[in-house]
Write a protein that binds this ligand. Structure first.
Ligand code: FES
Ligand SMILES: [Fe+2]
Length: 368
């Protein structure tokens, strides 16, 4: 039996009620590293918002699965991703979001790559004013590209290059967004929460179960539990609430909603009639992650500054309520009580279990 199989045996065991993942899946360095090599390598992982790269030359570094990547908008206005690694001595090339102009220049010995990753200059590589060398093949020392797909405002990468095409991978999610007029989507604000001190899976699991909403968000939302249902459909899982009419008062959320996740780290909330929110979740260690949320209007409407501030405040408060819970879930994993995982509600947390099943599938099949 492999190590991962052994660690997960309480998760796979037994009949009756299902258990969640064991504590080490949220705290263990080894588990995290296996996730990096499997979950975040094999699948389509969301790494950025296209609206953060407006101009040609805009470059945003992001570390995913322990791998420094660089997202760039090229001269044809396409978004490209590369390993953020200079081919000379393997320095990370870009360390903060910026516009690099026409060339990505390494700060160490000034090797320069164009926005499609081609190595254009390796000054004095062969000696004083010798910018070439007979054994040196510039083409073979270009940046290493990473498979990329941009879906609306959301940039996905598939590091191992072997996942099915994004359209197929995300088909069950996209089928639930029928009727969306994608060309009318407009990002009106982005919230940057910075670090959240929990494992990335807690943020995902929290989003895809409706069970906590009435307790944790009692002042910010108005969505009765009995109106919710869970969604489990391939790579898409989540929950939804269908309300007859808007029951929210000003400043709270009481509208029909879809809370949809695309395995592993993409989260989209659709709030009828005309709002969308997408979270960027970047795990960066077993007990820590970064989170942003972009807020969109979906019907081409224009909001004034007051409306936008109101939305930002609402979502900031909702997220802080969630973060408090997910950080406490993390703290709870320090105790031996949580070694075998918690127990999942068959009514409200089957979607959580479906997400965990995909994680378990990936980490137990590293060498297959
Ligand atoms: S390490 Fe980049 S140019 Fe030397
Ligand atoms: Fe929540």
């Amino acid at each position: 039996m492999g190590d991962m199989q052994k660690i997960l045996s309480p998760f796979f065991e037994g009949s009756g009620l299902k258990r969640g993942l064991p504590a080490t899946a949220y705290t263990g360095q080894d588990f995290w590293e296996v996730e990096c090599r499997t979950v975040f390598h094999r699948n389509w992982v969301c790494v950025g918002f296209a609206h953060e790269l407006k101009e040609s030359g805009d470059a945003v570094p992001v570390t995913i699965a322990n791998k420094p990547l660089l997202i760039v908008r090229n001269t044809k206005s396409e978004i490209r991703a590369f390993h953020n690694i200079c081919r000379h001595r393997c320095l990370t090339l870009v360390d903060e979001p910026k516009n690099v102009g026409k060339l990505i220049r390494c700060p160490y010995h000034a090797w320069a790559y164009d926005l499609d990753g081609q190595l254009r200059a390796a000054p004095h590589f062969g000696g004083p004013n010798q910018h070439n060398h007979e054994d040196f093949d510039k083409k073979a020392n270009s940046l290493i590209p990473v498979r990329t797909h941009v879906w609306n405002d959301w940039i996905f990468v598939n590091i191992d290059g072997k996942a099915e095409p994004f359209e197929d991978y995300s088909a069950t999610l996209q089928a639930r967004l029928d009727g969306m007029e994608w060309d009318k989507i407009d990002c009106v604000a982005t919230l940057d929460f910075g670090e959240v001190a929990c494992n990335w899976k807690f943020i995902m699991e929290n989003f895809i179960e409706p069970y906590h909403v009435q307790f944790v968000h009692s002042t910010t939302t108005d969505q009765p539990l009995e109106d919710h249902y869970t969604i489990v459909d391939g790579n898409c899982m989540g929950s939804a609430v269908d309300l007859e009419e808007e029951i929210g008062t000003s400043g709270s959320l009481g509208v029909s909603s879809r809370y949809l996740a695309l395995y592993p780290n993409f989260i989209l909330g659709r709030y009828f009639p005309d709002q969308l929110g997408v979270y960027l979740n970047i795990p960066n260690g077993p007990g820590t992650m970064l989170q942003k949320r972009a807020i969109y209007t979906t019907a081409g409407q224009k909001l004034d500054g007051h409306d936008v501030e109101g939305l930002k405040k609402l979502w900031w408060d909702v997220h802080k309520e969630d973060h408090e819970m997910t950080e406490r879930l993390q703290l709870g994993r320090a105790s031996s009580i949580s070694e075998a995982g918690g127990v999942l509600s068959p009514a409200w947390e089957d979607s959580v279990r479906a997400f965990q099943d995909l994680v378990a599938r990936d980490v137990t099949t590293e060498n297959t």
